[in-house]
Design a protein around this ligand. Structure first.
Ligand code: CMP
Length: 513
């Protein structure tokens, strides 16, 4: 302790004027360095060699300036000593700045970024920078001002020991904060739940505590040491998307194929449910009633609250639409008399009426079409049409979802659209008598209504205006594909569209004559 006071007294009384003069000269030099580094910051990131050149130049300038001051200004012994100390101090500080820059450039934004895919937390960078400057202060005091700091370090070691005991908890938090920052079990923005039930979004991690914003819009402030010992459930890792499921109990009298379709439709229609990865429906228990699991994915953990609510609503609406009454979860005693009443899903006629394209078609023609329609149940992942094949049918999606994929010029494939219930595909080759322009694959389990050329012909006979509408859609789809594969400009797109529609209608008239 005594040594510490003696050291401070020596510095303040004996060396203050000298230190101030040295610091002023060094500060001017440093300022120039900082301005240059700030200006070249972005350039250095893009082109590292500039950093080597800049650092070497700065050191050379300080050494040259010192030589000029020595030889040109006729300084007396005091002046020479001052210049000497100032230049050495400046060199130490420059060295520290350059070392700090190197640390940022090569370690934080280099090795660390490559390994952990993000820049390190401020707490870690701050500690490393503070350490570098402490080393610089030690060097300046020991080698330039010849005041060895060993005594100071020993006495400050004792002080640190005393402080350490007093601040044991805070130090434990600091160490835990650094380890959280390096290990990154969670980061700002992640949703976490601790074993004591604390749940919320991480909004800040500082040297002492981690701040978690709860769903009540309030804040939990948890000491780092505590959180690093807790079991943490991170809902935002390894993926930000959040998977969950709900159970729906349906009477065993309802055909499972229908229930799957209905539940899938409900999931696909729900607002926050992702369609990629696609929802999955499974039967998990069978008995008096069947227990269905609806697996869905949400964009993030917090979006699942509103998402589940919307999903339950859609399950209810879809079940009601198909006349399905979900069972009570408790056991039921069913007394059957004769054959159970058959529950049917919507008929192709109902489904067709919902497709915008056929909604204007008169009842008679629609009935004619319905009688010729083929209904297909397609499992998820199966190809329905293949690019290049000859096609003679059009498909209407009555449930589920499909992906439209085209071959690209580099030999790969590209998804160009997803189509859902009420939309149709396969019209392009049917109407223009050309090979399939894309591959269409079931993205979820699907139900498709197939309409062949003959059936289409009878619809066109009674509703020729449909030709114009469908030609418009076909041409638009074809051009948008060309836009993707051949980089067609927006102007070319518009001029080509009208000409092609007229041309296609003429061809369709011949094909369906
Ligand atoms: P067809 O060429 O008969 O077979 C592949 C089908 O994919 C095609 O008809 C269209 O129905 C559909 N298709 C092609 N391009 C698109 C697109 N850009 N958007 C939506 N559907 C498309």
């Amino acid at each position: 302790m005594e040594k510490l006071f003696l050291f401070i007294k020596t510095i303040v009384i004996e060396m203050l004027p000298e230190i101030i003069s040295v610091l002023i000269i060094s500060a001017v030099g440093l300022l120039i360095f900082l301005v240059i580094s700030y200006q070249t910051k972005d350039l250095i990131r893009k082109f590292r060699p500039i950093w080597y050149i800049q650092s070497a130049l700065l050191f050379s300038v300080v050494i040259a300036a010192k030589s000029i001051a020595y030889s040109s200004f006729g300084l007396d012994a005091g002046g020479l000593d001052l210049v000497d100390k100032a230049s050495q101090t400046l060199l130490w500080l420059l060295g520290t700045l350059v070392a700090n820059q190197a640390l940022h450039l090569f370690v934080w934004e280099g090795v660390f970024l490559r390994k952990y895919k993000s820049t390190p937390p401020a707490i870690l960078m701050g500690l490393a920078t503070a350490f570098l400057y402490l080393v610089a202060i030690y060097g300046i005091m020991t080698f330039i001002f010849e005041r060895p700091m060993t005594g100071l370090i020993v006495s400050s070691g004792i002080v640190a020991g005393v402080l350490g005991l007093a601040m044991q908890n805070s130090l434990a938090d600091l160490v835990a904060g650094v380890s959280i920052s390096i290990e990154r079990p969670f980061k700002i923005g992640d949703w976490v739940e601790l074993d004591d039930g604390t749940l919320g979004e991480v909004v800040d991690i500082n040297w002492r505590a981690t701040h978690i914003k709860s769903r009540h819009n309030s804040l939990y402030i948890l000491p780092n040491a505590r959180i690093s010992n807790a079991r943490v459930h991170n809902y935002s890792r390894p993926e930000k998307t959040y998977s969950c499921w709900i159970y729906v109990h349906i009477p065993s009298t309802v055909p499972p194929t229908l229930v799957r379709r209905v539940l899938l439709e409900a999931a696909v229609e729900s607002e926050n449910v992702l369609i990629d990865p696609a929802p999955i429906i499974r039967v998990s228990e069978a008995g008096g009633s069947y227990k269905y699991v609806v697996f869905v994915n949400f964009e993030s953990y917090p979006s699942h609250y509103a998402g589940l609510d919307d999903l339950f609503m859609h399950v209810w609406v879809q079940c009601a639409r198909h006349g399905i009454v979900p069972s009570a979860v408790t056991s039921e005693i069913i007394m059957r008399k004769g054959v159970a009443e058959e529950i049917k899903g919507p008929s192709p006629d109902d489904l067709l009426a919902e497709v915008e394209l056929f909604s204007e078609v008169d009842e008679g023609s629609r009935q004619g079409l319905v009688s010729k329609i083929k209904v297909h149940a397609i499992p998820m992942g199966k190809e329905v049409v293949c690019q290049g094949d000859l096609g003679t049918s059009l498909y209407i999606i009555s449930a589920g979802m499909v992906r439209v994929i085209i071959d690209t010029s580099d030999g790969g494939t590209q998804e160009i659209a997803k189509l859902g219930a009420g939309q149709y595909f396969g019209e392009m080759s049917l109407l223009a008598h050309e090979p399939r322009t894309a591959t269409v694959m079931a993205h979820t389990d699907c139900q498709l209504l197939e309409i062949d050329k003959e059936s289409m012909k009878s619809v066109f006979d009674s509703h020729p205006e449909l030709m114009q509408i469908m030609a418009g859609i076909v041409t638009e789809r074809r051009l948008s594909n060309e836009e993707l594969t051949k980089n067609l400009s927006a102007d070319d797109f518009a001029t080509k569209l009208n000409a092609l529609v007229t041309n296609l209608v003429e061809r369709m008239k011949k094909i369906f004559r």
